[in-house]
Write a protein that binds this ligand. Structure first.
Ligand code: IVH
Length: 672
């Protein structure tokens, strides 16, 4: 081996340290301090040094994260300490039993437990010899796994070298794909016309077991540590909570949402807290894990078959299940949008029974390659609408049927048309279509529009079907007798409804405009229009140039508004409503506040506020010249965080955006 100049050796060592420091800041702490370009420059300098002096090339070099040659198969690895599984608990009773067994076995009144999320990924063990990562292996059957060292090295959050150098240390944890990385991967797959992955877990399993590490590197994985395996020559803490802190200090990613709690009530609180946090976590979890905190007590309790007695996995309801796609029908929305809906064999998922799932549009059905008769994976995460995630091809029967978009609207038989470049097919029936009419009426009557309390979907359905109401103005012409004749409608409730209808006549220009259901005119735009023009007549006669002068109104919105009022029957509806006595204060065009804490600011609300509703908070900010948006980005000026604020708050902190708590928000409202 040719001698390496001391300066080159020192520089290479410094570069390795610096690059790994930047990796840690970026991938573990989400707090990078250099740009990608600066990182690349350091990286290439190291590559150049290692090329000139191959002796500098060590296993812990950041250049070794990528570039290993493809393998022909994954070698077997026998685990020094078996990788066990966990017993499951599903109910409060299971949980109480676990706590009781621990108390009895340890003769204690109350036990301290370490709690952490149960990552929904793949268990791996990382072997460090003298502080250098020498091997990464999958769990396999618990006794023998597969050697995935080259693939593990591509995971930037896995340290290649530890800040200590004991002869042996095995760190155990889970490899997974972050939700955002999974979404991006599937977008790429779709763009390339390739198969979509069902969930992050499947995508990570595929990526981790690739023979070619370059393929793994293209599917970004991450790692969280949750324990250790074999260890020699290192003094470890005497409890699990402290071990997690120790691993974090050694720069392993560990769950932020971990906690040490006491007794069964502590466990139940933790389960509830993490359950609420689950949709906002950046990765998928399928439960939480409780471990008796003290290691000597863990040892005393021991194992039963292949699971420890001292730990349990408290599962959340599964968010995915398989079922049969019985049929695909279409639904007609307010604007005539035709949405295909999957009719499913009822299945219990995400804590409820699901028998319908939206399929969004025709392209989505093609993209997912769904055929009627398929067995499919259904997903329902949190309160999100259930969706069909994927087909299970292995179970595809011979007698599948293709979905064909109907030519005629199932509600009114008008033609269904799909315009060039649009993903959505629409019924061309307009307000002639009862389905659209019902949706339009509901939209008009909703709380955020003219607010007719008691006029819900059942009643609208009856009114339209009985041909009592065709346009919003008809609502104001309803008589007591006609209403009382409806099924399930007593005279008293009919009188109540009439009183509510009467009350709704006094409204605001913004609510009225929003209620008209003009495409692309949501609440915020309606308010902007009302403020800008001041009167209904001014809006109705505005041309597109005049509309474009409204803040936040672009060409698409301007065209939509202009077209709406070009339509004689839409102007007619407005006139009829005015004739029925629907009224609102009008005035000269208002000036937007140009000073004060919210003027011209883009604000995001997150978490729960205790003293006012989201809608009220929004209205107050807007009345003071601010704009409220739904997601945090570089354009956000201010985030107002209530309790249990989740990922938006985190993002705001990452981007260095000002954050106010509720008290500070209220102070600023009062000051204005
Ligand atoms: S401890 C002795 N902690 O769950 C038990 N496991 O069913 C060792 N898992 O194969 C596991 N998150 O892949 C533990 N915070 C966590 C975990 C966790 C996910 C997985 C792990 C294991 C399976 C056991």
């Amino acid at each position: 081996m040719s001698a390496v100049p001391e300066a080159a050796r020192a520089r290479a060592a410094a570069l390795k340290r610096e690059l790994e420091e930047h990796n840690y800041r970026y991938y573990v702490q989400n707090d990078p301090v250099v740009t990608d370009a600066e990182w690349d420059a350091l990286f290439h300098e190291l590559v150049a040094l290692e090329t000139t002096h191959p002796a500098l090339l060590t296993a812990d070099s950041p250049t070794q994260r990528v570039g290993a040659k493809p393998a022909t198969e994954l070698a077997e690895v026998t685990h020094r300490v078996p990788m066990l599984s966990l017993a499951n608990a599903f109910t409060d009773e299971d949980l109480a039993n676990f706590d009781r067994r621990c108390r009895e076995a340890l003769a204690q009144d109350e036990i301290e437990y370490a709690c952490e999320p149960k990552f929904d990924g793949l268990a791996v063990t990382l072997t460090y010899e003298k502080g250098i990562l020498v091997q990464g292996a999958t769990r396999g059957d618990g006794a023998v796994g597969e050697d995935v060292t080259a693939n593990i090295r591509t995971i930037r959050s896995v340290p290649l070298r530890l800040p200590l150098d004991p002869p042996l240390l095995e760190v155990r944890g889970e490899v997974l794909m972050l939700k955002k990385d999974f979404a991006a991967l599937n977008e790429r797959q779709a763009a390339n016309g390739e198969k979509l992955f069902v969930n992050p877990r499947n995508a990570s399993a595929g990526a981790l077991r690739q023979l070619d590490p370059k393929m793994t590197a293209e599917r970004p994985l991450t790692f969280f540590a949750y324990g250790i395996g074999a260890a020699e020559g290192v003094v470890l803490p005497d409890n699990h909570g402290a071990l997690m802190d120790q691993l974090a200090e050694w720069r392993f990613p560990v769950a932020k949402a971990r906690a040490v709690v006491r007794g069964a009530s502590g466990l139940a609180d933790y389960h509830r807290r993490i359950g609420a946090l689950r949709p906002d976590l950046p990765f998928e979890i399928d439960g939480v894990v409780y471990k008796v905190n003290r290691f000597d007590w863990q040892q005393r309790m021991g194992f039963v078959s292949r699971a420890p007695r001292f730990a349990v996995a408290h599962k959340f309801p599964a968010e995915e299940a398989t079922t049969e796609l019985l049929d695909i029908e279409v639904q007609v929305g307010r604007t005539g949008a035709i949405t295909p809906v999957a009719r499913l064999k009822p299945v219990f998922v995400g804590g409820t029974t699901v028998s319908n799932a939206t399929l969004h549009n025709e392209d989505e059905i093609r993209r997912k390659d769904l055929k009627i008769g398929d067995t499919v994976v259904v997903r329902r995460a949190g309160d999100v609408i259930p969706e069909v995630a994927a087909v299970i091809y292995a179970m595809r029967p011979a007698n599948i049927r293709e979905f064909v978009m109907p030519k005629a609207c199932p509600e009114c038989a008008s033609a269904i048309a799909r315009l060039e470049g649009e993903t959505v097919a629409r019924c061309t029936g307009g307000l002639f279509c009862p389905a659209q009419r019902k949706q339009a009426l509901l939209h008009f009557a909703q709380r955020k529009a003219v607010d007719i309390e008691g006029l819900g979907d059942k009643l609208v359905e009856q009114l339209v079907d009985a041909n009592l109401v065709r346009t919003p103005a008809d609502i104001f012409r309803l008589g007591l007798q006609a209403l009382a004749n409806l099924e399930r409608m007593a005279e008293k409730s009919a009188a109540n409804l009439l009183a509510n209808i009467e009350k709704s006549k006094r409204t605001t220009l913004a609510r009225f405009l929003f209620g008209l259901g003009i495409r692309h005119v949501g609440e915020a735009t309606a308010r902007d229009l009302a403020n800008h023009f001041g009167s209904m007549d001014a809006i109705m006669v505005a041309d597109q140039a005049a509309l474009l002068r409204v803040p936040d109104v672009g060409p698409v919105v301007a065209e939509s508004i202009w077209r709406f009022f070009q339509e004689p029957h839409n102007r007619e509806v407005v006139e009829q409503l005015r004739a029925c006595g629907v009224a609102w204060p009008e005035g000269p065009p208002a000036e937007r506040p140009t000073s004060g804490p919210f003027a011209g600011k883009t604000v995001v609300l997150t978490g729960t506020l205790s003293s006012l509703s989201r809608d009220d908070a929004k209205a107050r900010i807007e009345s003071l010249g601010g704009k409220v948006t739904g997601s945090v980005s570089k354009k956000t000026d201010l985030v107002i965080a209530g309790v249990e604020a989740g990922s938006k708050l985190e993002k705001a902190r990452e981007l260095g955006i000002a954050v106010w708590d509720e008290a500070e928000f209220l102070r600023n409202l009062r000051a204005n």
